[in-house]
Design a protein around this ligand. Structure first.
Ligand SMILES: Nc1ncnc2c1ncn2[C@@H]1O[C@H](COP(=O)(O)OP(=O)(O)OP(=O)(O)O)[C@@H](O)[C@H]1O
Length: 446
């Protein structure tokens, strides 16, 4: 393939545009416990067949569907470990999806192999968080930028050098740095070298995995501005992965929020930040540190632990921590009764209080007013199981593990019977800002 130092402009790319650039349909990526070639396979000579698939797999990405339009930046945000990097790597086919389809310009990447796949790979590039470790210290900057062009058989020595120098300038570096080694550069400059390298093969789509997280805050904005300028100039499309909401707010056109392998909300940036509709998104936004020095720390920090991705909750993944878990329909609970019951159930499950007498528990958690009917009976049994003044068979609550008994009493009828546990939520909403789509995976919108 011939290569000129002329970089394709966004106008040239416009001609190619029709429909989404990238479509994910039900994409999942599970890891076996011992990952690697035979990850997920278990050998047991006493069974037939002796090899079985390990069901206890880490569901890092689970049934994700998304579209990314040409020229846009889709921000992907979520706490550490929710599956963002795995999704990015699966799109690039650095990881094989366990399930689902990935279409690039309407073409299913799974159907491609050999030369066609190699070619597609040049159209999709990735930049990583740590510019230090992703740049080979023994290679000069020019070689680093030219390496992907060489791998894709683009141009001759002269053409590649001209293009590398042009790219250095485009990313805000001096073309005279072509013969320097990466150690001579700062973190921000090294990330610019990475950008030039990714752009050398003229991609349409760049997965940016936490590209500014390792940089000083003062440098972050400069690199983000350069990325935006390059996007405009070359008509690039970005999937921008970050856990930092201020970075996501700076760069994104639309934002997808991920929790425990699921996408829980997608909306245009303004809509997502001004009108969040998923309780997890709200909690994330509320946990942004408050700039006012008179207020201390972060507000509304999420309670409870993220469940294991090996055994994620049914229905809505966020339900075990959700402050708005919906009451099960079997009981006619008032809002207040349900709020008390939910708080009590969580406190018992997490064992957040010292055992106390039954009357004290009723006062503390229910204002002395237990829910009526069957729900009240269930609560009463749970209180009895842990109260210090109810003895059963001569054993205290601790001795007969009253906590576990009370947890079982409460979770099955209340948490597990909620619609949040029984059905996976997926709702399209009317946006309050802009005209784009707003998806929220929360049964509050049913
Ligand atoms: N190669 C692997 N083998 C087994 N489990 C893995 C592997 N890679 C990731 N995981 C698990 O998959 C889940 C998602 O990880 P992933 O790195 O995609 O999350 P993330 O949101 O990108 O987090 P971070 O921001 O910390 O990188 C985690 O539970 C992680 O431990």
């Amino acid at each position: 393939m011939a290569v000129s130092s002329d970089l394709r402009t966004s106008e040239a790319r416009d001609a190619d545009r029709d429909g989404p650039l990238l479509e994910l349909e039900g994409v999942s990526k599970y890891f076996g416990q011992g990952s690697g070639l035979f990850g997920g396979l278990q050998f047991d000579p006493d069974t037939f067949p002796p090899i079985s698939v390990d069901r206890e797999r880490v569901k890092a990405v689970d049934d994700v569907s998304l579209e990314i339009q040409p020229g846009e930046t889709l921000g992907l945000v979520g706490e550490s470990g929710c599956g963002k990097s795995t999704l990015g790597r699966t799109i690039l086919r650095l990881l094989e999806p366990t399930d689902g389809d990935i279409y690039f310009r309407g073409e299913n990447l799974a159907d491609l192999s050999g030369e066609k796949l190699r070619q597609k790979r040049s159209e999709i590039q990735m930049i990583f968080q740590d510019p230090q470790s992703s740049l080979d210290p023994r290679m000069k900057v020019g070689q680093i930028i030219e390496e992907p062009m060489r791998a894709h058989g683009m141009g001759d020595d002269e053409g590649r050098e001209a293009r590398a120098k042009e790219l250095l300038e485009k990313v805000g570096l001096d073309p005279r740095h072509y013969n320097r080694y990466p150690h001579a550069f700062s973190g921000g400059q090294r990330q610019r070298i990475n950008l030039a390298r990714a752009l050398s093969v003229d991609p349409d789509f760049v997965v940016c995995d936490e590209p500014v997280s390792a940089l000083d805050v003062s440098i972050q904005a400069q690199v983000l501005n350069t990325m935006e300028r390059l996007q405009d100039e070359f008509g690039l499309t970005y999937l921008f992965i970050a856990h930092d909401l201020s970075v996501i707010r700076h760069i994104s056109d639309r934002v997808a929020v991920m929790y425990l392998g699921h996408i829980v909300e997608v909306a245009e940036k303004e809509e997502l930040f001004e009108n969040p509709q998923h309780p997890y998104t709200k909690a994330l936004l509320e946990s942004i540190p408050v700039p006012d020095p008179r207020e201390s720390g972060a507000r509304g920090v999420l309670e409870g632990e993220v469940p294991s991705p090996q055994n994620p909750p049914s229905g809505c993944r966020f339900r075990t921590r959700c402050p708005q878990l919906i009451a099960p329909e079997a009981y006619e609970l008032t809002e207040e009764e349900w709020a008390h019951t939910r708080a009590f159930m969580r406190a018992v499950k997490r064992r957040t209080f010292e055992p106390i007498a039954a009357a004290e528990m009723r006062r503390e958690f229910f204002d002395d007013d237990l829910p009526r009917g069957d729900a009240g009976e269930i609560v009463r049994d749970a209180i009895d199981a842990i109260a210090t003044d109810t003895e059963r068979g001569g054993e205290s609550a601790d001795e007969r593990d009253g906590w576990a008994e009370a947890t079982d009493h409460l979770l099955e009828p209340f948490a597990e019977q909620s619609i949040c546990a029984r059905e996976r939520p997926a709702y399209d909403l009317e946006p309050a800002y802009g005209s784009g789509e707003h998806f929220a995976a929360c049964h509050r919108h049913r």
